[in-house]
Design a protein around this ligand. Sequence first.
Ligand code: FAD
Length: 417
Amino acid sequence: MGYSGLRIIKEALTSQRGWKPVWRDPEPKPDYDILIIGGGGHGLATAFYLAKEHGLTNVAVLEKGYLGGGNVGRNTTIVRANYGLPGNSEFYSHSLKLWEGMERELNFNVMHSQRGVINLFHSDGQRDAAARRGNAMVNQGDDAILLDREGVRAILPYLDFDNLRFPIYGGLYHPRGGTARHDAVAWGYARGADRRGVDLIQNCEVTGIDIDNGRVTGVQTTRGAIRAKKIGIVVAGRSSQVAALAGLRLPIESHVLQAFVTEGLKPCLDHVVTFGMGHFYISQSDKGGLVFGGDLDFYPSYAARGNPPAAEHVMEAGLALMPMIGRAKVLRSWGGIMDMSPDGSPIIDRTPVEGLYLNCGWCYGGFKAVPGSGFSFAHLIATDRPHAPAARYRLDRFATGAGLMDEEGTGSQHNLH
Ligand SMILES: Cc1cc2nc3c(=O)[nH]c(=O)nc-3n(C[C@H](O)[C@H](O)[C@H](O)COP(=O)(O)OP(=O)(O)OC[C@H]3O[C@@H](n4cnc5c(N)ncnc54)[C@H](O)[C@@H]3O)c2cc1C
């Protein structure tokens, strides 16, 4: 079923009885060409692009819970292409272009809102770094504007410009950055993949990976054995555990990251703002809640809930930047399990096991990467060649020392970078 304005009018006139389930609920077949383990944003986008770009539809996505129940539905929804290093900047630039065509491509409203991202800086050194990053973004063909203090004040007058410890010197403005509705992105890719014939199999945990003579032959699951010629692992915070089923030890640590949302307020914050000193980022959702987050909880864990010290740290950073939010009531907080790589950049690569492919290491920036990652991973699986924008995301770079340390290096021992 295609979605359109006409369709909405027709359904309104016929008591909304014509809507169909957005995807099928098939039984797993015994055999597929390709299995994607993990029904998060990256797994669903991979399945979609395998079908759309490569005509590969004998594909199943195996998800241990429900589609979109992982990090793709838990993040603070910031979408941007403001990286500084070759290797990352072309990848995120490609991903942002896919975001800009996503709603048309999927015929699905993901509420992508290019409201602009402003990264604040608070010292001369940070200003230099922001200028360098902005130049790299412009050279990559993306947009960046260096704002001085008064330039920031004109857009965000409610910030605490005179904070003695963290005075605001200016900001790097990325107008094409913004937000999107996170779970709608999962639903849109799921619907797009399903419509092209991909089987989306929920409540199906992969418990074993079958290997014969150095080559994958299939998986064991809670819904039985399934054979396949190629298998992609895309399970975010569970990457180390699932890769271990194939005997692989990954350079990944899993850490908790929390997010918070306040009660609904009238529109007061029409950009994404990040605090360059306190690791705090905030935007306002379409329902009016202020959505914000900060740093990791700083110890490895598989718990999808956070701890009070990290929550307190985030609140303090928020109040230092934006005292007005002190009057808003926090309604909810939650956590997600982050797949932290040593250099803060992801891995999209083949593994030493023939037919087994790996996509992980997104740290806490993988939501904006969903379309680019799915596109590049599908290319790798379909053609056995890396997709150019993701060619630096090699698994062996940690052995060779060719790491890709960008932003602040959001690695596994994040506070030490
Ligand atoms: C609080 C928070 C804030 C964030 N903020 C941002 C942000 O503002 N911008 C941004 O770009 N990124 C952000 N991120 C990061 C982003 O959400 C993640 O990097 C990204 O969602 C991870 O990829 P995914 O969507 O595929 O993961 P997930 O949605 O976690 O998908 C992985 C799936 O694999 C499944 N799985 C695991 N093991 C198995 C198994 N054995 N068998 C079958 N299935 C299995 C899981 O159930 C899960 O559904 C944030 C994350 C969190 C938690």
